[in-house]
Write a protein that binds this ligand. Structure first.
Ligand SMILES: [Zn+2]
Length: 263
């Protein structure tokens, strides 16, 4: 028996989701086995479902995009029951919606959280201080290290040179700080290891106090007996220098900021 497209329209969406009873599933299967138009609809719905799932996975707990996701699903369901719409138009609308949705997620992230992951940096620095791992890219040349990080982070990372305070670059790594792909430059100093962190796009320092060092502006996280962190933004990048103590971090931060802000 051959069914018309209009007879199976209502089965296509649940078929794509795999939630039909066996008899209806066979009906739908039989139809799409010889009807390209309906098969394409099913495939389109399935690819949208996959895209939605991966968006959902990637978006974590940010509230605005949840709303966007519900919207897109409702929109798709409305399209699905609307008869006589051209498949091509539907796919174009879905593609546009997905674009809006993806952009919305990205935008929501940028708008919601640009904060510098200071606490994660302190945790990372404590691990380094306790047992330093070998950097992923060993180099003593700040220009080389910056070039390697620029390629890995797709961000305009400048060389950081702290030779003025006798800090020598050991190597650089890409690490994740609170899920953010970041650069870590490891330096050997007379007082121990110091690390410079480069976090693209994270230039809000809300949780940190402000500090003037050597006439320049910094954001600081300093607790007695703990590693010290001084941070600043440059070129859309969040920078942080962590060292064994606040005073060591201060010395390195002044040198590091001076070297990055040179043309
Ligand atoms: Zn059909």
């Amino acid at each position: 028996m051959t069914m018309k497209c209009s007879d199976v329209q209502e089965l296509l969406a649940p078929y794509a989701d795999g939630v039909l009873a066996e008899v209806e599933q066979q009906t739908a299967e039989e139809h799409i086995s010889h009807c390209d138009s309906c098969r394409l609809r099913v495939e389109a719905q399935q690819s949208v479902a996959i895209a939605l799932r991966s968006l959902k996975r990637s978006q974590r707990a940010e509230a605005p995009s949840d709303h966007v996701l519900r919207e897109i699903r409702a929109q798709w369901n409305r399209m699905d029951v609307r008869p006589r719409r051209q498949l091509r138009t539907q796919l174009a609308s879905v593609a546009a919606l997905l674009l809006v949705c993806t952009f919305g997620v990205v935008w929501a992230r940028l708008a919601v959280d640009r904060s510098f992951p200071a606490n994660f940096i302190i945790e990372n620095y404590k691990q380094i201080a306790a047992s330093p791992l070998q950097p992923q890219y060993l180099t003593s040349d700040p220009a080389n290290g910056a070039k390697w990080l620029r390629a890995k982070l797709h961000a305009p990372v400048p060389p950081v040179n702290m030779s003025l305070v006798n800090a020598k670059l050991v190597g650089v790594s890409v690490i994740r700080l609170h899920g953010i792909k970041s650069g870590q430059m490891l330096f050997n100093t007379p007082a121990g290891f110091a690390a410079v962190y480069v976090v693209p796009g994270r230039t809000a320092f809300r949780s940190l106090s402000t500090a003037q060092l050597d006439g320049n502006h910094f954001h600081a996280l300093t607790d007695v007996g703990e590693p010290g962190l001084y941070a600043w933004s440059y070129n859309g990048l969040g920078f942080g220098v962590a060292d064994t103590s606040a005073s060591e971090a201060e010395t390195c931060a002044v040198a590091a900021q001076r070297s990055t802000s040179m043309p």
